[in-house]
Design a protein around this ligand. Structure first.
Ligand code: PLP
Length: 432
């Protein structure tokens, strides 16, 4: 979809999320994983228009906080389609979420809290899922210590809690080990081991899961030069195989979660060039809302500058060195090598260093790719009081929609928002 640059200039700095691209990713995942139910991970990008796209695709939600549960409800997701999984849920978190989603407890302490909360609310039946920390690592690695999930060795303790609290009803299992895996067979092997773990747990009294949430892992080829996208044909074969084994035995509902795969490439970050400087042979384009608008490119630069060897991914802050492409949006035929930096008072505010882009004029827009996931909400947008970038959904017919789903036109550009409206609405709706 061709974007109207004049209109964009009146709205930048802004994120544009392309609805058609989100839809295409949802369809690709749906086709490859026809055997599974799919949840979208809200934390990746909770923008209203994005949530609407994944709801239309028939996906449920993976919520990582009680607020994300509320965001899901606010956007029309049913409680039964929202799975709330996160470590360290407080009593308040549980009170907010109980009855409004499927709660996945992350520890025995959370299970005890949930039972107490259910009793206080006069419930007679409180279904719950459990996140397990499995006794295997990825790709044959030994299991590492983890703050996530319940250890298999703690299951006798869980059984005691269930015996003492008849209000609790075990419903399902959740396992997640790692994000950003690009090898379909590594993901398939992981699914096999998760099913094996669920089969073992199902042998215990009252522990037959109605669902097994296999977590996420499906990665994004951020850097086309060094990374290959996940082979979805192979992934589909592995999904069919694990489902066949499941149907023949445990026969539970299989679920996967996905965030970045659905939204990352669908987003672009657009920000104006506010100044151009030459310093000792380096040409700088200074843009608005650099690292405080979109943090990840600055982190990529920071990590690469300090570690020239290929550093390990540090998800969700850093995936790979050249994960973002930056370009200047104009018709210039001439190209030049520049460093694109933000306007914060720190040398670390770097968008891209030594990149070849179209020759820029003041006021031109810079576009940064792969800005659809772990972008706006992961960035220190309040730092230095520079105002927030807008977030906008680009519809299939070329319209821009704001957080409320209203069309933005050139004559009625909204004020820069000072808070994520979705989050604000969700918090307020809970308070009332
Ligand atoms: C439990 C869980 N599920 C899903 C996700 C989403 O991961 P991704 O965006 O890689 O799909 C994460 C990311 O951290 C996670 O921790």
């Amino acid at each position: 979809m061709q974007i109207d640059i004049g209109k964009l200039k009146s709205l930048a700095p802004c994120y544009i999320y392309d609805a058609a691209k989100i839809e295409a990713q949802c369809n690709a995942l749906r086709n490859a994983l026809a055997e599974f139910d799919i949840l979208y991970s809200v934390k990746t990008n909770p923008f209203a228009g994005v949530l609407q796209q994944v709801r239309q695709a028939g996906f449920g939600l993976d919520a990582a906080s009680a607020t994300e549960v509320m965001i899901g409800l606010t956007h029309g997701f049913k409680a039964e389609d929202i799975f709330y999984s996160a470590p360290g849920k407080s009593v308040e978190d549980i009170e907010r979420a109980i009855g409004r989603c499927r709660i996945i407890v992350d520890s025995v302490n959370e299970l005890i809290r949930l039972a107490r909360c259910a009793r206080e609310q006069g419930l007679t039946d409180c279904p719950f899922g459990m996140r397990m920390h499995p006794d295997f690592g990825l790709a044959g690695a030994a299991p590492a210590p983890s703050k996530f999930g319940i250890e298999l060795d703690d299951l006798p303790m869980v059984a005691d809690i269930l015996r003492d609290n008849p209000v609790l009803r075990f419903e399902g299992l959740h396992i997640h080990l790692k994000s950003q895996i690009l090898d379909a067979d590594q993901i398939g092997d992981y699914w096999d081991r998760c099913l094996e773990t669920a089969e073992r747990i199902a042998g215990r009294p009252g522990m037959r899961p109605k669902y097994l949430n296999l977590g996420s892992g499906i990665g994004v080829a951020y850097d086309a030069k060094t990374q290959k996208p996940v082979d979805l044909t192979r992934l589909a074969e592995r999904a069919r195989a694990v489902q066949a084994r499941n149907r023949a035995g445990l026969d539970t509902r299989l679920i996967v979660e996905s965030g970045r795969f659905i939204v990352s490439a669908a987003g672009g970050f657009y920000t104006p060039v506010e100044d151009i400087k030459l310093s000792r042979g380096v040409k700088y384009l200074i843009v608005r809302n650099g690292m405080n608008g979109f943090l990840r490119p600055a982190v990529a630069h920071m990590i690469a500058a300090n570690n020239p060897e290929a550093p390990e991914a540090q998800e969700p802050f850093y995936s790979t060195r050249a994960a973002f492409e930056a370009d200047v949006i104009n018709d210039a035929a001439e190209r030049e090598v520049v460093s694109i930096v933000g306007n914060l008072c720190t040398e670390l505010d770097v968008v891209a260093e030594g990149v070849t882009v179209r020759r820029a004029e003041l006021g031109d827009l810079v576009r940064i790719s792969n800005a659809g996931g772990y972008a706006f909400t992961l960035s220190p947008v309040l730092f230095s009081g520079q105002g927030l970038p807008r977030q906008i959904l680009l519809t299939r017919d070329g319209h821009f929609l704001d957080e409320s789903g209203l069309r933005i036109d050139r004559t009625r550009a909204p004020q820069t928002s000072h808070f994520n409206e979705g989050i604000k609405r969700a918090i307020l709706s809970d308070v009332q």
